[in-house]
Design a protein around this ligand. Structure first.
Ligand SMILES: Cc1cc2nc3c(=O)[nH]c(=O)nc-3n(C[C@H](O)[C@H](O)[C@H](O)COP(=O)(O)O)c2cc1C
Length: 331
């Protein structure tokens, strides 16, 4: 079911969330190859773009196989948000420019950016207007339910952003005070869907087909954004898009890990890639029989060869184990 963010067609209702340190080009391309309708890049600082920080500029590069993609800015100064948005609009291949109003981390909120903007409605609207007026690409906002349970204000903010020209809104149904704990409140997503005419993406606690279908049904959202559920389980996207439960075979799981490692090494060089892949591999192995000592070894791997050897040995061990215990092969 194709839906639109202004004129950008989105082929289905599954969106890969921005995840700092994770939603890099390889992860985004992997999410799209699994069928995601839209991917987000991790947040980048407006000031860092304005100062032409080389690392940040690299983070704004978009590969040919990474569309459609929303690139996300965080900041609290309308002037530098505008300047950074103009850069994303004119100097990068992103399709959508997203403004972060959800990040709960103190290093972001103490600069009055991220979810802190939900406490300063005038500033939030000022930033949105400054960005919308300055760029040609569609602008979106990702926010939470509110700052805390006493100040749930996603509905009035969404209405104000729509009037200011925003083309899509993502709602994570938690407050800033909840950080990533507790439960996301999907009723606030439904309230926003009912209050605006632009598409709303629902987000929070979607981890399988049941929760995906539940969020669509309970909120009426245009699409569902999945974050932590994708860690070590990019197949979840395929399952949600096809609305069919799907678990990879052992061979599929290890083949994909190998592809992921290879791609990351090509993208980042061996040293950085292997360091980063330790976390991904631990997620891929989560819950598998006999995997705990393997995770410890993977954590000590320095070269691609070492990491691959540990995984090949474990794959063999796992296959032997499962062939003797077929009843336990249900993962
Ligand atoms: C490690 C991590 C990094 C995140 N980075 C970002 C980010 O850069 N920008 C953003 O808007 N949200 C970020 N988030 C929030 C997620 O996009 C998402 O809103 C949140 O995890 C709730 O969705 P989930 O329950 O499907 O994980 C991050 C979350 C995690 C766990």
């Amino acid at each position: 079911m194709t839906w639109y963010i202004r004129e950008i067609p989105i082929a289905n209702r599954v969106v890969a969330a921005p995840l700092a340190g994770i939603s890099e080009p390889v992860f985004r391309a992997l999410s799209l190859s699994m069928g995601a309708g839209l991917v987000f890049a991790e947040m980048v600082s407006d000031k860092a773009i304005c100062h032409q920080n080389p690392k940040t500029l690299t983070m704004t590069k978009v590969g040919k196989n990474e569309h459609p993609i929303a690139m996300q800015l965080f900041g609290s100064d309308p002037q530098s948000m505008r300047e950074a948005a103009i850069f994303l609009d004119s100097q990068t291949d992103c399709d959508i420019i997203d403004i972060n109003m959800g990040c709960p981390m103190p290093k972001v909120t103490k600069t009055k950016a991220g979810s802190a903007l939900m406490k300063d409605v005038d500033k939030a609207v000022e930033i949105v207007k400054a960005v919308v007026e300055a760029v040609k690409k569609p602008v979106s906002v990702k926010m939470r339910a509110g700052w805390d349970s006493q100040s749930i204000n996603a509905v009035p903010l969404a209405k104000a952003f729509q009037s200011a020209g925003v083309s899509m809104i993502t709602i994570h149904g938690r407050t800033r005070a909840q950080l990533y704990g507790g439960k996301a409140d999907w009723s606030i997503i439904r309230d926003v869907v009912q209050a605006v005419t632009i598409p709303v993406i629902g987000n929070g606690d979607v981890v399988d087909l049941k929760t995906y279908q539940g969020m669509l049904k309970e909120t009426g959202c245009a699409a569902v954004m999945v974050g932590r559920g994708l860690l070590g389980n990019p197949w979840l996207i395929k399952s949600l898009v096809q609305e069919k439960d799907f678990s990879p075979t052992v061979t599929e799981r290890f083949d994909l890990m190998k592809q992921h490692i290879d791609a990351q090494v090509r993208a980042k060089g061996e040293k950085a890639a292997i360091r980063e892949m330790r976390g991904h591999v631990a997620w891929y192995l989560k819950g598998l029989p006999l995997s705990n000592p393997v995770k410890v070894k993977v954590n000590e791997a320095v070269t691609q060869r070492q990491m691959q050897q540990i995984l090949s040995d474990y794959q063999q061990q796992l296959q032997n184990y499962l062939s003797q215990k077929p009843a336990e092969s249900g993962f």
